[in-house]
Design a protein around this ligand. Sequence first.
Ligand SMILES: [Fe+2]
Length: 288
Amino acid sequence: MTTFDTKAFFEPNTFTVTYLISDKQTKQAAIIDAVLDFSAKSGTTSTKSADQIIDYINDNGPKLKWIFESHAHADHLSAAPHLKKALGGQTAIGAEISQVQETFKKIFNLEKEFLVDGSQFDKLLNEGDTLDLGNTSIKVLHTPGHTPACVSYLLEDTIFVGDTLFMPDFGTARADFPGGDAKTLYQSIKKILSLPDHTKIYVGHDYLAPGRDNYAWESTVAQQKAENIHVKEHTSEQEFVEYRTKRDSTLEVPDLILPSVQVNIRAGDLPPQEDNGVSYLKLPINLL
Ligand SMILES: [Fe+2]
């Protein structure tokens, strides 16, 4: 028996799984990786997906304490500011977000006032930090590789791994974004797979691997060690790095990487409005 409940919300346009964790006794709650809907064609945002979670919370009584990111996502915009405005709570992300901010401040030639110290977030998380959620304790594991700031959240015998591992039939996350590193990702995956075999693993995306009919996001350490198509229990670092690097060289840049990163390094806020009251995103030419 766990001291907390887990509810998953699947967002089908970006294949993202948002989690709501709530402590059973106190109803204190945390959200991991909420999506702000975005149309790149028209530049419009919508809170439809996030509002489903807000409605669920309002109907069922959890009190939002934490709004977590597993990392600065490259495939969707964060709905953290919208959630915070509607429900309260504190935003948190891995402390290495400062590295990610530094990298992308240069790429996007951001305004000099943009700080690269993570101060846009309420709390920065480091390896081994422990956070309270009522009677449930959340332990932070730094699991970089996909990005430098990736963290996983361990609650009793359940871990939320963001984009480190996917379902065993889909494998692992790419490691070729700026600051990503396949060797580092391997070490982070080993850290996760060193947890007890029965540990439940909740992943941050599901892309419906060929041959499967339903989206899924829950596995175990034992299943991943036995079945993950990229990294099994005895896969060596060298084998993994060779495979991952070769595969990454074939992958296209994600559709929403440019808008996502510009917004997510600001903790989900849009860039400052210009003198006409409109916020703009940049499109760097021939840089990525
Ligand atoms: Fe990601």
